[in-house]
Ligand binder design. Structure first.
Ligand code: 5GP
Ligand code: ZN
Length: 115
């Protein structure tokens, strides 16, 4: 728990969120500003800054975050249409919250990736 981290505070129940999936080690909740009909954020409950740091510190947990993304997509009915998973990391990515999170996006054709 990092006191000044928004997503640690969501894990602690101090800030409300619409939770759609939870395991012992991961939490998934709807993005407050959805960019697609389905836009869910998947996080490890313990604090890691970004995907690079998580992958080195705890690759098993990184795998569990990805498994949670797949479970969210299935639970949201994205099996047929498919979905996109994005980790923003570092200044060029536009990462704004420095608790690693996967964006799970779907529910419509998403178009090409940005270059
Ligand atoms: P980033 O740009 O860091 O990859 O994405 C951060 C995401 O967190 C954004 O899509 C933003 O809409 C979302 N977000 C920011 N504050 C909150 C919040 O208080 N609750 C929820 N559910 N999402 C948030
Ligand atoms: Zn945190």
């Amino acid at each position: 728990m990092t006191n000044d981290c928004l997503f640690c505070r969501i894990v602690a129940g101090e800030i409300p969120a619409t939770v759609v999936h939870e395991t012992d080690e991961t939490l998934a909740f709807r993005d407050i500003g959805p960019k697609a009909p389905v836009h869910v954020l998947v996080i490890p409950k313990v604090h890691h800054t970004d995907v690079s740091e998580l992958a080195v510190a705890d690759p098993g947990l990184a795998g569990k975050v990805l498994a949670a993304c797949a479970a969210v997509a299935a639970g949201e009915g994205l099996g047929e249409g498919g979905f996109r998973v994005i980790f923003n990391s570092g200044p060029h990515s536009g990462q704004e919250v420095f608790h690693v999170h996967a964006h799970v996006l779907g529910g419509k054709p998403l178009g090409p990736m940005v270059s």
